[in-house]
Design a protein around this ligand. Structure first.
Ligand code: F6P
Length: 562
């Protein structure tokens, strides 16, 4: 889709938002006191997600103008274009069809989504069938290592989208993991990562999944080679395989599989094409956990749970696609983020899951949101006309409360925060008759309340506080939060949460006119690392060619290595 982006800042809605801001005064206390319908009016359901937006710094009028902004930038058309497979990834001239990964199998031929001559539905279903069959083979023990033993540990080797999605989801769905099976994740090229991950593993019972969309990523290929060397050496050391090329090739065929869009490169690495799982260039790395990139997850939790997760994704896809904007949760949340970034000067956005199983969710969202919307040019190459991608960050509650919440409560910056909770815990434990999950969730409710309504100086004084510390103990309130609650962290709910943030990210990208699906900003550093490698290894000519700072740092490093 090569349509020029609409400059949001020149739209009537933007002008109205600017005027609205001039007389805007956030007053959550006052708004709630005088408007008993506010909470109900600003709370929405999307599939199983119950989303309360009422503690945000918006009035009905703000929301109405933001919805007009969505119309002014043709958000509906852009959403439809994405779902239809138009090339909304303009700088790479690609369709963006992660939503097709979770479409239910079509009932009749006429229902198939065909894009650029490719029967997307047929290909997705074929690959899912392969993934599920392989997952079942490993789970049932039918798949055996080179010495005939069942797999006990799967090691996913990947980075970025080929790591963060699978590891986040694996951690989130821990109660669904088959007993006796474990997945570990290697991503960093720091050799510590691979060394410590395999240190205690039994090579005869270990299966490596090399996950890389491009199969050209330095970290992943280096780690895959290190893992392969470890496999060969440790199998040979215990006399499990002979020291021959044939034995080594056979070991790889039983202990290495791959997921990639570049199946030729998989074969060149030495992995049997029969053990390779594919996906397509219209799936961005950070949007790929629901493709074959989720193979390690599918092995761990099984095809049924994986399919349930896909259904959860699809439920939110349908919500965003078909719900009017006034009740469309990802659209409203994306527009709220625009309001905060472009009008209330927010620089960051906190995501605070009150669910230990979601402890990697903020890290996952960092790639999703910041690799997508951290851009300074629009999809036609022209400069952006306003601020774009905010910094996403977070930690699970209550850990964050004892670390950085001080700044959210009393710091000088606006930090919109999403609080995420599940009603039913995976581990319903009690402590001396107290349901510990309820104690946990009391914190979830308390924090958003404290942030919204604060504590006035008079309230502090009324507690008998000495006057000299009244100011320090006063809470301004008016700190914006969104509360998201789900019945339990099921595979479906996990899919819903991920899809929610995928679409929020898209909405913001459309308003800013940027291509949320490329990531050219990561290329320069990658290229320079390859160019600098000889310098680090001591090539004086390359060292001399560096700028003064880099040269001195490399020399200092070399001196420390001795
Ligand atoms: O360097 C960034 C990136 O391209 C991400 O977008 C991607 O998820 C990651 O690297 C890994 O890429 P690949 O799956 O091709 O190894």
């Amino acid at each position: 889709m090569s349509t020029a982006p609409i400059d949001a800042t020149t739209t009537p809605a933007w002008t109205d938002l600017t005027a609205h801001l001039a007389q805007f005064r956030g007053d959550l206390r006052g708004w709630f006191a005088t408007d008993p319908g506010r909470a109900a009016r600003m709370t929405f359901d999307a599939a199983d997600l119950h989303v309360d937006l009422s503690k945000n710094l918006v009035t009905d009028e703000t929301l109405a103008i933001l919805r007009r902004l969505a119309d002014d930038v043709a958000l509906g058309e852009r959403l439809a274009a994405m779902f239809a497979g138009e090339h909304v990834n303009v700088t790479e001239d690609r369709a963006v069809l992660h939503t097709a990964l979770r479409r239910p199998a079509p009932e009749g031929d006429a229902d198939h989504l065909v894009v650029d001559g490719q029967d997307v539905d047929a290909d997705v279903q074929d690959e899912l069938t392969k993934v599920y069959a392989f997952a079942e083979n490993v789970r049932s023990g039918e798949w055996r290592g080179v010495t005939g033993k069942k797999v006990r540990t799967v090691v996913n080797i990947g980075i970025g989208g080929s790591d963060l999605g699978p590891v986040m989801a694996y951690e989130a769905l821990e109660p669904y993991v088959q007993a006796g099976l474990e997945v570990r994740f290697v991503s960093n090229i720091d050799p510590t990562d691979v060394a410590t991950t395999v240190a205690d593993l039994d090579p005869e019972r270990t299966l490596f999944v090399v996950a890389s969309k491009t199969f050209g990523t330095l970290e992943t290929l280096t780690n895959a080679r290190l893992a392969r060397a470890w496999l060969w050496e440790s199998l040979q050391a215990r006399g499990a395989i002979k020291d021959t090329d044939k034995a080594r090739t056979k070991a790889v065929s039983k202990h290495f599989v791959a997921v990639s869009t570049a199946l030729d490169k998989v074969e060149a690495f030495g992995i049997d094409p029969a053990n390779a799982f594919g996906f397509w260039d219209w799936v961005g790395g950070r949007y790929s956990v629901d493709s074959a990139i989720g193979l390690s997850l599918a092995i761990a939790v099984g095809p049924d749970a994986f399919a349930e997760m896909l259904a959860g994704f699809h439920a939110i896809d349908e919500h965003v696609r078909t719900t009017p904007f006034e009740r469309n949760v990802p659209v409203l949340m994306g527009l709220l983020n625009v309001w905060y970034v472009n009008f209330l000067d927010a620089h960051t956005h906190a995501v605070l899951p009150y669910a230990q199983h979601l402890h990697r969710f903020p890290a996952y969202l960092q790639q999703l949101t910041m690799e997508s919307n951290g851009k300074s040019v629009r999809w036609d190459g022209s400069p952006v006309t306003t601020q774009t991608g905010e910094v996403f960050w977070g930690e699970p509650g209550t850990n964050g409360q004892h670390a950085f919440y001080q700044l959210i409560h009393q710091g000088t910056r606006v930090i919109p925060a999403d609080f995420i909770a599940v009603a039913n815990p995976a581990y319903p434990l009690s402590d001396g008759g107290t349901d510990v999950h309820e104690l946990f969730l009391a914190n979830f409710f308390a924090q958003t309340k404290a942030l919204a309504f604060g504590k006035t100086a008079d309230e502090v004084r009324a507690e008998g506080t000495a006057e000299e510390v009244v100011a320090a103990r006063t809470f301004s309130g008016n700190r914006p939060t969104t509360s998201i609650m789900a019945p339990a962290l099921t595979p479906s709910v996990l899919g819903q949460l991920v899809a929610l943030y995928e679409h929020i990210t898209f909405v913001q990208g459309v308003v800013w006119g940027i291509d949320s699906f490329d990531q050219w900003g990561v290329e320069l550093g990658k290229k320079l690392a390859v160019e600098l490698a000889p310098a680090v290894a001591g090539d004086t000519a390359v060292i001399e060619a560096q700028d003064a700072s880099t040269r001195a740092l490399v020399e200092h490093y070399r001196a420390l290595r001795g």
